[in-house]
Every structure is written in C-alpha cells, then in structure tokens.
Design a protein around this ligand. Structure first.
Ligand code: PMP
Length: 391
C-alpha cells in the first residue's frame, strides 16, 4: 500500500470525466447515483408542507432556529440512530457533514486513510484540508481491514479514516459486522477517528442489515443524509458525533450559515413523525431498487457473456463491474457510449491519489433508468465496450 502525500486533484476527480450529453431524447445514463424520481415521496412531502404551513406553528417554521437543528428533527434522528438527540447535528446533507467534520479534525499535512476506490467528492472536500492519503484496498467485502492493520503495524498514522460502510460508492459493497468491530478497535488502539458515511443505509433490498460502527466509541463519527430517501434537493443530513467533537463542529457551523433551513426541517420532521410513513416510503424505494439491480445484473450477463464480472449488490444504487477484456480502453468506450445513448462511470475516476486506478472497472448506477429500459441501456453499453478488434 503506497502512501501519498499529494493533495487531491480536485478538477480531475470531481467531474467524473467528460460530461454526458444532456437533453438527448431517449438517453439512458447508467451512471446516476441520484435517487429514482419514482422513489421520491412527492405527495407525502407536499402534504407535510401543507400541514406545516396550515398549522399553528407555521410562522415558527419560517423563523431562525438553533445551530444544532430543530428539536423535533434531532429527536427523530437520535431515535433512528439510537443515540441521545444531543449527539445529533443537522446539516445541509452528507457532503456538508463531511466538510464540517474534516474541518474540525484535520490540519494541513495530516494523513487520512481512504478507500480505494473512493467516493470522489469526499476527496474533493478533503482536498481543502491539504492532507496526505493512505489508500486502503476495498473489495467485495468492503474495506480490507487486514491491509489497514498491516499499514498501521508498519507505522502509518492516519488521523482520520473515511469509509462508506453500507452499499459503498462506487463498489456497492457492505462491510461485515466483525470487520466493523475490528475497525473500531484499530481506531481506538492507533488513535484515529472513523468517519462513517452511510447515505445508502436505508436502501437494503436483500440480506440482513449490519449494525453501524458503534456510537459508544469516542473514535466514531457517523455521517448520513436524507438525500437517498426523501430527496437530495432537500439538502438535509446529519452528524452523530462523539461528545469530544460536537462543540468544535457546532462552533464551525455557527460561524458559517448558522443552521439548516427551519422550514425544510419542519417538513421533513412532519413526514418522519407521521406513523409508518417513512417506513413505507423506504420500503417502496427498496423494492424498486431491488428490481432494477436484478434487471441490470441479469442484462449485463446476457449482453456481455464471459466479458464482465459483477456481483449483485444487496442494496444502494451502484453495481461495480469488472470488464474482463485485456487492457480495456474505458475512456474511449465511454465516449462511444455517449454517442450510443448511455453513460457509465470509468473506474479510474474513483481512484484516490496513490491508489490502484481500478483500470478495468466501471460503475453503473440504477437511479435513472427504469426497469423496462435497463436491457436497452445495457445493449448500448455492450456495443460501446466491444473491443476495437471486433469493430
Ligand atoms: N456520501 C456518499 C458516499 C455519496 O454517494 C453521496 C451522494 N452521491 C454523498 C455522500 C452526498 O450526499 P448528500 O446529498 O447528502 O450531500
């Protein structure tokens, strides 16, 4: 595992390469990590907004509110996370949570352990802190804890480890429970903070839910969001912090924009505290994503027999596939895909500095293509991936 002290190249990492053509009729992008339009609770949020504006506390919902978030929303998140509401800070989404936590914890020159492959926008946020990177391999079972332990035993001293333990972006993998326990033990032994970012956690469509890294530990910060359940446009997320970190994060927030929208928090809290509603919204979303993931997985093996390796994820929005051709030119294939009316994520865009580069992998997302169109999109993908020699 190579250490890299280079800062993130934010322009290269954030843009996922050339933008796909937009506004092309019939374009079926297989890259999107945004939730499916059909899964978003438009009607439920519209009723919640009407209730807020028509209720006795309508004016309060349009007023300033506390830095940490409104009491109703913090209490709901606290119950959901099984922690005291005082441990919750409401933010403008998971990325905002990450920027607050990284700003509170990191100084220039610190070492940060990141997954390889990694969620590139987290690297963009980290890049602001001018840190160095310790890439840790991440495979079908999530972060490779043995590789991390070896690096630590070999003298690496990260201050922070950033991880997506549930339905990882881009691999779709989930870290098993014993590995989570071991990770917390390593953090406590070697004195680093785990920043566990779990926006896809509610989207499990098969298998058993795995407990989160323990919030009992002072070494664990949880970051999450309503982006993948209620909609990213709400810009509503949260941090569950250890008590040692909360004052610093709260101070930072107070010196930024003070607080997340009181109105948005009131609408979300109204929906969340209506008995059974959030469970129904997420159950419907899980069923939809399960159908799409299975359709995508089956279509890949039909359209690219023997040329692709991809596990069926148990949740989330991504499928990480390995193209088995010799030395595939995925950038050229992606340009061809755009002309054919589809898009995919090239593996190298998910490589941290010093990482492997994932040269044969592609990330496919199930957010934007309805089940009925999945086979068409994958047919275009297969054509785009056809090797030069076969053209
Ligand atoms: N973390 C991960 C792993 C993500 O995939 C995303 C969304 N693509 C985010 C954070 C950003 O979430 P939010 O919209 O809540 O800022």
């Amino acid at each position: 595992m190579a250490l890299s002290r280079r800062g993130a190249d934010t322009t290269a990492l954030g843009g996922f390469g050339d933008p796909p053509p937009t506004g092309v009729p019939g374009f079926l992008p297989l890259t999107s990590g945004t939730p499916a339009a059909e899964a978003l609770p438009v009607k439920e949020l519209s009723e919640a907004a009407a209730d807020v504006l028509g209720g006795p506390a309508a004016a309060d919902a349009l007023q300033y509110s506390g830095v940490e978030g409104t009491p109703e929303l913090r209490e709901w998140i606290g119950r959901h996370e099984e922690v005291a509401a005082e441990r919750v800070l409401v933010t403008n989404g998971a990325l905002h949570s990450l920027s607050l936590v990284f700003d509170a914890l990191l100084d220039p020159g610190d070492l940060v352990a990141v997954e390889d492959p990694v969620y590139p926008l987290a690297l963009r946020v980290l890049g602001r802190s001018h840190v160095g990177y310790l890439p840790v391999p991440t495979g079908p079972d999530g972060l490779d804890i043995d590789a991390l332990a070896r690096a630590l035993e070999g003298g690496a001293r990260p201050k922070v480890l950033y991880t997506v333990p549930d339905f990882h972006n881009p691999t779709g993998a989930t870290l098993p429970a014993p590995a989570r326990t071991r990770l917390v033990e390593l953090a406590e032994t070697y004195g680093f903070t785990i920043v566990a970012d779990s926006p896809y956690r509610e989207l499990r469509f098969s298998g058993e839910q795995v407990p989160q890294p323990s919030a009992e530990s002072d070494a664990v910060v949880r970051v999450n969001s309503f982006s993948k359940t209620l909609g990213p446009g709400l810009r509503l997320g949260w941090i569950v912090g250890p008590r040692r970190l909360l004052p610093a994060v709260t101070r930072l927030r107070a010196n930024q924009d003070q607080h997340s929208s009181t109105f948005t928090q009131a609408i979300a809290a109204r929906l969340l505290t209506t008995p059974g509603l959030f469970d129904r919204v997420t159950a419907d979303a899980r069923a939809l994503y399960g159908r799409r993931a299975r359709a995508l997985h089956a279509a890949l093996h039909t359209a690219l027999p023997g040329r692709i390796e991809a596990a069926l994820p148990e949740g989330g929005l991504f499928l990480w596939a390995k193209v088995l051709d010799d030395d595939p030119d995925l950038h050229t294939a992606r340009t061809r895909a755009h002309a054919l009316g589809t898009d995919f994520g090239v593996g190298s865009h998910f490589s941290p500095p010093g990482g492997t580069g994932s040269p044969a992998h592609i990330r496919l997302g199930i957010g934007a293509v309805p089940e009925a169109d999945v086979a068409t999109a994958v047919g275009r993908l297969a054509e785009a991936l056809r090797p030069e020699t076969a053209r």
